[in-house]
Design a protein around this ligand. Structure first.
Ligand SMILES: Cc1cc2nc3c(=O)[nH]c(=O)nc-3n(C[C@H](O)[C@H](O)[C@H](O)COP(=O)(O)OP(=O)(O)OC[C@H]3O[C@@H](n4cnc5c(N)ncnc54)[C@H](O)[C@@H]3O)c2cc1C
Length: 336
């Protein structure tokens, strides 16, 4: 275990910049690296991501690595897993952090299994335990009613995936750009059991990506009563530069795709502002949004449980409330 040292972040790009969750991981990674006096490295896979990866230095990385191989050109689990196994096996970091998203959820548990170590998914906080300096991984449990604190006492590295929005993004300093270090990989094609066929644009996935990193989320529930209610939700979200979402009944009724469901069995979001429209506040729903900085509830029933779980409550029919709100936002925007 003593051989394992330093903090590694699995990096993801969004266009030519770091994805929002990677920039957030850099903040906590930097803090851990300072507290442990260890290096912080950032790893990217695939040549396609090469553009702009040196920006990782600007977010505070001591080293930025690039693992390139033809098999990594398009995301395939087996290829990325082999690559991470080789990189982690050689660099031996003590801590490896992933974003809690499709890629992180695909790779982190598999990597932990291959390396015979543990993993904690969906962390909302990370710190060092005062006794042994282990990574204390904090995640919501029992449907968000409590927080569990976990330490990996035996395996190395300590692997965790971190929920989008759990940390603010690290500050960026463009002057810190340096050269990305190429990592020599030797991937075995026979170990890659899938074949890349084609890329297709999926609108619901695009909306889901937007939801994951949005500062403002406007979520509609059964109280909307019909699909057209989502048009108003969308208008509000667009005016605020935010994303739309739905509760399970909104998904079951076909008002939003299932990729936009928030809750225990859906997405977990932590935006600055969460506007819950026509939502009762069931625990299974709140498990996906209770970490939002500000929860605003709009509900016609003054005894709705959500009013006990929100910071701001508006009692009234959602249609009238949102229409007036949207008009007011438009007026303010027009006035500049
Ligand atoms: C194992 C399990 C997992 C689950 N996972 C999830 C999950 O991931 N996500 C999820 O959302 N749910 C989940 N559920 C379902 C959950 O328990 C609730 O049933 C669901 O969240 C309720 O959704 P809702 O608030 O939209 O509807 P309701 O509970 O029916 O609430 C509708 C609200 O709208 C209000 N309303 C009505 N008319 C108006 C109006 N005109 N203007 C304003 N307000 C109005 C009502 O007063 C009411 O409070 C799960 C359930 C189980 C058992």
């Amino acid at each position: 275990m003593e051989d394992y040292k330093n903090i590694m972040i699995f990096g993801e790009m969004d266009g030519e910049g770091l994805s929002s969750v990677t920039a957030q991981l850099m903040r906590i990674g930097k803090r851990l690296s300072e507290e442990l006096s260890q290096e912080l490295s950032l790893v990217f896979l695939g040549e396609e991501a090469l553009k702009g990866t040196e920006a990782g230095y600007g977010y505070g990385a001591d080293k930025v690595y690039m693992g390139a191989d033809p098999l990594l050109q398009n995301y395939m689990t087996d290829a990325c897993l082999q690559a991470m196994e080789q990189i982690v096996g050689e660099l031996k970091p003590s801590i490896v952090l992933f974003g809690q998203n499709d890629m992180g959820l695909d790779l982190a548990p598999r990597l932990a299994f291959r390396l015979k170590t543990g993993v904690t998914l969906d962390c909302v906080d990370l710190k060092l335990d005062s006794e042994k300096g282990l990574l204390e991984q904090v995640k919501p449990v029992f449907g968000g009613k409590a927080h569990g604190h976990f330490c990996n006492t035996e395996g190395r590295p300590q692997i965790a995936s971190v929920r989008e929005g759990a940390f603010d993004p690290a500050e960026y300093d463009a002057s810190l750009k340096k050269e990305v270090i190429a990592f020599d990989l030797s991937l075995d094609p026979s170990g890659v059991r899938t074949r890349f066929v084609k890329k297709e644009k999926d609108e619901s996935m695009e909306l889901a990506l937007k939801l994951a990193s949005a500062n403002v989320v406007v979520c509609g529930g059964r109280g909307l009563k019909k699909k057209e209610g989502m048009d108003l939700i969308k208008e509000t979200a667009d005016l605020l530069g935010g994303a739309i979402a739905g509760t399970r009944p909104a998904v079951d009724n076909g008002w939003v795709p299932s990729s936009l469901q928030v809750g225990l069995t859906g997405k977990k979001v932590n935006p600055q502002v969460y506007i819950a429209v026509g939502i009762s506040g069931a625990l299974q729903h709140m498990a996906g949004c209770s970490k939002s900085k500000l929860i605003v509830a709009i509900n016609s029933d003054e005894s709705a449980p959500i009013f006990k779980l929100s910071h701001v409550g508006v009692i009234g029919d959602y249609k009238g409330v949102l229409e007036s709100f949207n008009e007011e936002v438009k007026r303010i925007k027009q006035e500049g």
